[in-house]
Design a protein around this ligand. Structure first.
Ligand code: ATP
Ligand code: MG
Ligand code: FE
Length: 343
């Protein structure tokens, strides 16, 4: 059984092919146009998806066809073997989602195959099921991305429950906004990670918010960093330049400790000892290291998706679609994307 999946929720255009639960190909086109604006510009993102979607789908088909062998490099023949088309339905930028949704619907109509709608945040979680070693159910997943910070209780591939969430900014936003305050370009998360590697994480102390239960908050941290930088640059205009590595390491250390303290609390309250991370921020080297250590200290099993499955990609959409296909969860051609949605 073969599914072609399309992801277009934000600023990555991606297509992937899954056959019998194995990813055959996964192509991602990143949009660089947004760098000069310091954030994703929705209108420009939609236009870039329009330009990228045909070449990206073609590339995914070509690689899958040669991977699968039987059709050689014949993408047209390979396309005829596709049993369903999947797309990201929500959440995301509506103009971006519409490009992927319309493309998927047209293809499903032309091939006369069923259509599968996938929730982007559910897919981030199921990225953990793409490669071995895989967690066994039930497991907990800390999903940390550009727009979300969630602790998800996963009972089965299609039975996921959010048990903790941010009240304001997402972890990715906390990284990106901190980076902006330091004068770093967008998206700043990976740059904080890079400079943090050379720095002392204990040099500067940033506050840890006291949020009840499994909730998160990052807006106080952002304000604390703002005041900290204002005070110190007033005394020394070269403060950021001279201390960049230590500042980045200290900010990263605090964001990671906020995330992992709550994940630890979730593991203790639920008694679940299989832990995963997912989403763009799970590419952060400080988080990956501290997460692995948390597992070792408590005798919990920890799982981290490969880098290319942490940030937005269609392979995770394909993985989720695979389970939906087995469960016969199809949608009709009238299905519309939405900017927000619970799961
Ligand atoms: P959502 O999934 O919530 O809709 P999104 O799809 O835009 O949001 P992702 O693509 O999953 O989010 O992740 C992007 C975020 O990950 C950005 O905020 C980026 O800065 C952050 N990020 C990526 N790599 C790193 C890293 N190494 N360290 C810290 N943050 C990182
Ligand atoms: Mg992105
Ligand atoms: Fe995402």
């Amino acid at each position: 059984m073969t599914i072609l999946a399309i992801e277009s929720s934000c600023d990555e255009t991606s297509a992937a092919i899954i056959r019998d639960g194995e990813i055959l190909s996964n192509f991602i086109a990143n949009q660089t146009i947004h760098e000069q604006y310091g954030g994703v510009v929705p209108e420009l993102a939609s236009r870039a998806h329009m330009q990228n979607i045909v070449p990206v789908v073609n590339a995914a088909l070509q690689k899958a066809a040669s991977q699968a062998g039987e059709n050689g490099n014949d993408t047209a023949a390979f396309l005829q073997s596709v049993n369903a088309i999947a797309f990201t339905q929500a959440p995301g930028l509506i103009g971006s989602l519409l490009v992927g949704a319309q493309f998927a619907k047209s293809l499903a109509l032309a091939l006369n195959v069923p259509l599968i709608a996938v929730h982007h945040m559910q897919a981030h979680v199921l990225a953990n099921l793409i490669e071995d070693p895989k967690p066994v159910f039930p497991f907990l997943c800390l999903t940390v991305s550009g727009g979300h910070t969630q602790i998800v209780l996963c009972e089965s591939p299609l039975s996921l429950k959010v048990i903790g969430e941010t009240m304001d900014d997402a972890a990715g936003e906390a990284f990106d906004k901190s980076a902006k305050l330091l004068g770093l370009p967008y998206p700043g998360g990976p740059l904080i990670d890079k400079y943090a590697k050379e720095g002392n994480p204990k040099r500067f102390k940033f506050p840890e918010p006291q949020i009840p239960g499994l909730g998160f908050s990052f807006s106080g941290l952002k304000t604390a960093i703002l005041y900290f930088l204002q005070e110190n640059t007033a005394a020394n205009p070269r403060f950021v330049e001279e201390n960049l590595a230590d500042i980045c390491a200290s900010i990263q250390h605090r964001i990671v400790s906020i995330l992992l303290n709550k994940l630890k609390a979730a593991a203790l309250t639920t008694g679940i000892d299989q832990l995963c991370i997912a989403g763009g921020v799970s590419a952060n080297s400080g988080l990956r290291k501290a997460f692995t250590e948390l597992g070792e200290q408590n005798n919990w099993k920890t799982f981290i998706p490969a880098f290319q499955y942490c940030t937005d990609n269609a392979a995770m959409i394909a993985m989720t679609a695979y389970y939906k296909y087995l469960n016969e969860e199809f949608v009709d051609l009238g299905a519309s994307p939405t900017a927000r949605a619970e799961f």
